[in-house]
Each structure stands twice: as structure tokens, then as C-alpha cells.
Design a protein around this ligand. Sequence first.
Ligand SMILES: Cc1cc2nc3c(=O)[nH]c(=O)nc-3n(C[C@H](O)[C@H](O)[C@H](O)COP(=O)(O)OP(=O)(O)OC[C@H]3O[C@@H](n4cnc5c(N)ncnc54)[C@H](O)[C@@H]3O)c2cc1C
Ligand SMILES: NC(=O)c1ccc[n+]([C@@H]2O[C@H](COP(=O)([O-])OP(=O)(O)OC[C@H]3O[C@@H](n4cnc5c(N)ncnc54)[C@H](O)[C@@H]3O)[C@@H](O)[C@H]2O)c1
Length: 418
Amino acid sequence: MSTGTAGTAGGGDGRPIVIVGASLGGAKAAEALRAAGYRGGVVLIGDEHERPYERPPLSKGYLLGKTPREKIYVHPPQWYAEHDVTLRLGTAVVAVDPAAHTVRLADDGRIEYAKLLLTTGSVPRRLPVPGAEQEGVLYLRRVDDCDRIKAALRPGARVVVIGAGWIGLETAAAARTAGAEVTVLEAAELPLLRVLGREVAQVFADLHRDHGVELRFDVRVEELTGEGGRVTGVRLADGATVPADVVIVGIGIAPDTALAEAAGLTVDNGIKTDEHLRTSDPDVYAAGDAANAYHPLFGRHLRVEHWANALNQPQTAARAMLGEDAVHDRVPYFFTDQYDLGMEYTGYVEPGGYDGVVFRGDVRANEFIAFWLKDGRVLAGMNMNIWDVTDPIRELIVSKRVVDPDRLTDPNVALGEV
Ligand SMILES: Cc1cc2nc3c(=O)[nH]c(=O)nc-3n(C[C@H](O)[C@H](O)[C@H](O)COP(=O)(O)OP(=O)(O)OC[C@H]3O[C@@H](n4cnc5c(N)ncnc54)[C@H](O)[C@@H]3O)c2cc1C
Ligand SMILES: NC(=O)c1ccc[n+]([C@@H]2O[C@H](COP(=O)([O-])OP(=O)(O)OC[C@H]3O[C@@H](n4cnc5c(N)ncnc54)[C@H](O)[C@@H]3O)[C@@H](O)[C@H]2O)c1
């Protein structure tokens, strides 16, 4: 392992390792570099003004007022100085020059790098309809977005959520919990359809209906109506208008590949990397939401838009930048909390890429594990209000062994023995 005091790993030649994007991914990369014993310079650059924080609480505990602000941060404020990490906040990188090994800042300053890591994350897709830029139309990505939404979630407020994905459903749950009247408008037939498929998507539809959310599927939003520059409703293609005091838009994200593209790196559904998180330039790496990384277990590139990926990939990238033969081959994992329901999902299934779903446990009581199967093998498992099962689920996926579906659904058979 390199200590970074010599050789090509960075620091040895006086140039730092530069990380662009100061969120979970960037902060974890800086931490991993120090944990690996690297003693050269680390510069972490972010265009937000907050020090690196985690986004999951923004649609859950922090939005609900249960998680205090100081709990959202990746590290305490003094951590950066204590670990000799130069944190440059409120600073946008506007260009990367791979040949010169420099990044250019918005103020035209330049920083040289030995290795560069792009953890630029992703940006919300904007709603492409008339009226969408009015006051009261809110997106959720950053902590100040969350503060605006939080202020709008009042008892009796008419909240319309566009998109029944993770943002839409988690904010709908928070809005109902705050006593708002909530309508969710989704273009597809069911919530989370692309990720979960019909069988399990239905569980989330039922959950929200049971909590008094009005769900409308197969809708086409045509316009956001308004008065005096403030949104008043959502007009649909069928002519109906849903009145709204506030509209929350959660219609997906796009990986932030602007810098990479302009720098001539290979970009295809994210910044393309190998299993070491190295891009098409040998001294530039990418991780987190922005990276479309080759995954050895699946034998293909995969871009994962979830917390655990932004937590773990940068650790591999950091070690690879230091010259180790580090490979990212973790099985994707994510979680959600909505109302009193907690769920974890382990695995990866392409839309429609399974031939059956089986359940172990009590689906009506929301206490079950769902398994997605293909040719008798487990592709993914989702445990709902059941805990401490992600290790055996992961083992079933990684082993790629054919399982007996009767034993898989029998709660009396240990998962390791199906
Ligand atoms: C509200 C919300 C709730 C979520 N909840 C969950 C959850 O419950 N479970 C789960 O698994 N996942 C969840 N996610 C997803 C998870 O937060 C993301 O996968 C994760 O934030 C990705 O981290 P990242 O570091 O790759 O990118 P990001 O968090 O997007 O950070 C990228 C950073 O880079 C900065 N940046 C971009 N370009 C530049 C530039 N040129 N110069 C300087 N800075 C730049 C951006 O401003 C940003 O600060 C949630 C996301 C959101 C928005
Ligand atoms: N628990 C979690 O893992 C979690 C929680 C919050 C956010 N996130 C992440 O945040 C990002 C953004 O989440 P998201 O919910 O915006 O994206 P998403 O991709 O999960 O869902 C977007 C939804 O919007 C629908 N949609 C798209 N265009 C529409 C339109 N014009 N009208 C109505 N519906 C439309 C899609 O069919 C889809 O159901 C994702 O990367 C997500 O993984 C994750």
C-alpha cells in the first residue's frame, strides 16, 4: 500500500489529490485517503456552502423535524483541519484539463492535481411544462430545498407531489405526517414501478392510500397554473386541475457529468469507469451518483443513485488512486423509511429483468421479505419491517445458486439453507 509520501500516488510530487464534489462521496474519499495512511495534500472542493452532509435525512428525519441539523453532516467541522483536508466550499470547478492535470475554479484560479476524483453527484430533472418556474414549485436535493419544503408542510396545506419515486413517496409521507392534504401524480401505472416491478410497487401504493394520500397514476402534467407568480394548481392532460398550495417535483435525476464531458472523458449514462473507478483518463476517477462503473458481479456497467454507493465507492476509488488493486464489487443496497415502515433492498434488477417475485412473511402486515428471481436464482431481496437479514440476502445473490422457492418462502427455513 502506498503512503503517498513517494511514488505516483499523489503528494509525493507535491501535487495534491483533488476531489470535486463535497458531499457524502467526496467526504468519504478524503476520509479513506487518510485512513489508508496517505500523507500528501487532499483538496475537497464543493459548490455548496455547507460542509459535506448526507441527503437521506432531508426526506425523512430532518424534514420531519426529528433529526437535528447537526446530525446530517458527514464529519464534525473540525474534522477537516484535524485531517489536513483543505475544504473549499462555495467553490465551483468550471473545467478540468486532464493533459495539464489542473482544475479551473469559477474565480479563474487553478489547482494542480496528481489524481482527480469526480464525485459531482446528480441534479434533479426539471419539470418541462409551462408554469413550472413559479413560486411554490419545490425540488428536493439540498438542505435549503428541504428547509423550504419543511416550512410549507403545514396542517391542511394542499400539497401536490409530482412523481411517485423515492423523493415523491418519502415527501408525501412527511407531508401527511405534518397533517397536509396530499395528492401524488405519477406518469406510470404504479409508484416505483421501474425499480420494484408491479408486485412490490403495489405494496407502496397501498401503504400511501392507507395513510390518506390520493394517488393518481398514468397522468400527464400539462401546466402548473398560478396567480401573481405563485403556483395554484396542476393541470393534467385529461383537463382536470388539482389545486395546490405547494407542488413538490421528484421526477428523477441526471448524473452531473458536465465537467467530465467537457474534459473529453467517456460519458455514457454517467462518467464511465472500470471496476477500480478509473475513468477513461488514467489519473481521473469517479464515484457515487455520477459514476457508471463496471461491476464485476453483474458483468456490466451500473450507475447506482443511492447512499450506500456514495458511501462505499469512494473508498475503493481512494485506494485505487493510491496504487492499490482495489475493486468495487459490492452488491447495491438502499433503504427507505415511510410512516412506520422501514425497508432495505439488496441487489439489482433491470426493469422487467426477473421472471418471478416470491414473498416470505406477512405482506398485508408489511412484515415480509420479497425476492426477485430469474432462472431460479435470487437477483434481489427487499426486507420490510424485518431486520438483520441483508447479509444472508447478499450471500444468496452473490452465490448465484439455484434456490428452492418453497424453502425461500418458508420463514422456518434459515435463509442460508434455502
Ligand atoms: C432528499 C434525498 C433523500 C435521499 N434518501 C436516500 C435514502 O434514503 N437512501 C438511499 O440509499 N439514498 C438516498 N438518497 C440518494 C443519496 O443521497 C445519493 O445517492 C447521494 O447523495 C450521492 O452522493 P454523491 O456524493 O455521489 O453526490 P451528491 O450528494 O449529489 O453530491 C455531489 C456534490 O458535488 C457538488 N458539485 C457538482 N458539480 C460540482 C462542481 N463542478 N464544482 C463543485 N462542486 C460540484 C454538488 O453541488 C454536490 O454538493 C437521497 C437523495 C436525496 C436528494
Ligand atoms: N430511499 C432512497 O433510496 C431515496 C430517497 C430519496 C431520494 N433518492 C434518490 O434521489 C434521486 C431522485 O429521486 P426521485 O424520486 O426524483 O427519482 P426516481 O427516479 O426514484 O422517481 C421518479 C418518478 O417520477 C416519475 N415521473 C417522471 N416524470 C414524470 C412526470 N412528468 N410526471 C409524473 N411523474 C413523472 C417516474 O415515473 C418515477 O416514478 C434518485 O436518485 C433516488 O434514488 C433515494
